[in-house]
Design a protein around this ligand. Structure first.
Ligand code: NAP
Ligand code: ZN
Ligand code: ZN
Length: 347
């Protein structure tokens, strides 16, 4: 075991504080990573505050990890000391079910994958995430950060990037397709960049026009405020795909009305409460209401390569570890441009 410094929530809703945790010894197929940067995802806050139900404490959040390999086990074939790598939301899975074999580890049929934190690993020990100095992960759950991407702007791609890339690809965002992204936060801003790079016509649906210049600069063709009821009249029946990244419940019937025939509203935001929806909002035009969870390991590598090729990094605000609690409050107030990233050297 190695003792490393970390930031942890000692209990639900308690502020995060500096502590130490134990990382396992490097096993045969393990990679030890010196974490350089860790993004703050809204999911970290949902879990640290038990918004999604009972959680495991102390909790070291962080599933947007970018760093450098410092040691590899004797069986490791894909990585070497010095490699620039990333770890996202999963650190293991059963590896045997149909989904794992298809590279869809996030949908592992044996009860889901082993999440990077707020979970128990196959060794029976709790997992701890990226708000820490280093981590030991099986090489099959580690991806390579291409040379063209800085580690700081690459870190958020490990969750925000793949969570938007995967549904955009699955629902065929591309030339000739009208795609709306709801919410211009961590996920949303990557959704805009990726959808634009895929060739789609992109519209941002944000609460206000406050971030309009940024949205257009990131590649949006149109930008509307959802606080203005005229938006819903003007855009009725417009989109092939709406990617909803909002963490709070929305008026789903209103957003479904913006889809054209056969359009899909895909939710990646995960509200803490159930949401009501009228099925008459989908039946009239054969619309779909769906959702998507992160992306598998092979697709995460594909996404990183795509982002490097198109020069797409996250837009970040780099913070020191003692600013984590303040950053959480700012995320909750939709005051993020567009991802907080912790410089883990400050832990
Ligand atoms: P974020 O940075 O806070 O962005 C969410 C954006 O939604 C905000 O910036 C804001 O954009 C809008 N918003 C927030 N509250 C709102 C409200 N009450 N009404 C309307 N709009 C609101 O959060 P994130 O890190 O992108 O995460 C977003 C959600 O996705 C969270 O629920 C998170 O847990 C979930 N998530 C899911 C997956 C997955 O695999 N499916 C992966 C990662 C995260 P505007 O100011 O532009 O309106
Ligand atoms: Zn996340
Ligand atoms: Zn599986």
């Amino acid at each position: 075991m190695t003792t490393v410094a970390a930031y942890a929530a000692p209990a639900a809703k308690a502020p995060l504080e500096r502590t130490t945790i134990e990382r396992r010894e490097v096993g045969e197929f393990d990679v030890q990573i010196d974490i350089k940067y860790a993004g703050i995802c809204r999911s970290d806050i949902h879990q640290a505050r038990e918004g999604w139900g009972t959680a495991i404490f102390p909790m070291v959040p962080g599933h947007e990890i970018a760093g450098v390999v410092t040691e590899v086990g004797p069986g490791v074939t894909r990585f070497a000391v010095g490699d620039r790598v990333g770890v996202g939301c999963m650190v293991d899975s059963c590896r045997e079910c149909d989904n794992c074999r298809a590279g869809l580890q996030q949908y592992c049929e044996k009860g889901g994958p082993v999440w990077t934190y707020n979970a128990v690993g196959k060794d029976g020990e709790p997992t701890y995430g990226g708000y820490s100095e280093s981590v030991v992960v099986d090489e099959n759950y580690v991806v390579r950060v291409p040379d063209g991407l800085g580690l700081d702007v690459a870190a958020p791609l490990l969750c925000a990037g793949i969570t938007t890339y995967s549904p955009l690809k699955h629902w065929n965002a591309g030339p000739g397709k009208k795609v709306a992204v709801v919410g211009l936060g961590g996920l949303g801003h990557m959704g805009v960049k990726i959808a634009h790079a895929l060739g789609a016509e992109v519209t941002v649906l944000s609460q206000s026009l406050r971030k309009k210049d940024d949205g257009l600069r990131m590649g949006a063709d149109h930008y509307y405020a959802t606080s203005d009821p005229k938006t819903f009249e003007e855009l009725a029946g417009t989109f092939d795909l709406i990617l909803n990244t909002v963490s709070a419940p929305l008026d789903f019937d209103a957003y479904l009305s913006l889809l054209r025939t056969d359009g899909a509203l895909v939710n990646v935001g995960i509200p803490e409460e159930p949401v009501p929806v009228l099925l008459s909002s989908v039946f009239g035009n054969r619309r779909s209401l769906s959702s998507s969870g992160i992306g598998g390991i092979p697709e995460t590598q594909e996404m990183l390569d795509f982002c490097a090729e198109h020069g797409l990094g996250a837009e970040i605000e780099l913070i020191s570890a003692d600013q984590i609690n303040e950053a959480y409050e700012r995320v909750l107030g939709s005051d993020v441009r567009y991802r907080f990233v912790i410089d883990t050297a400050t832990i």
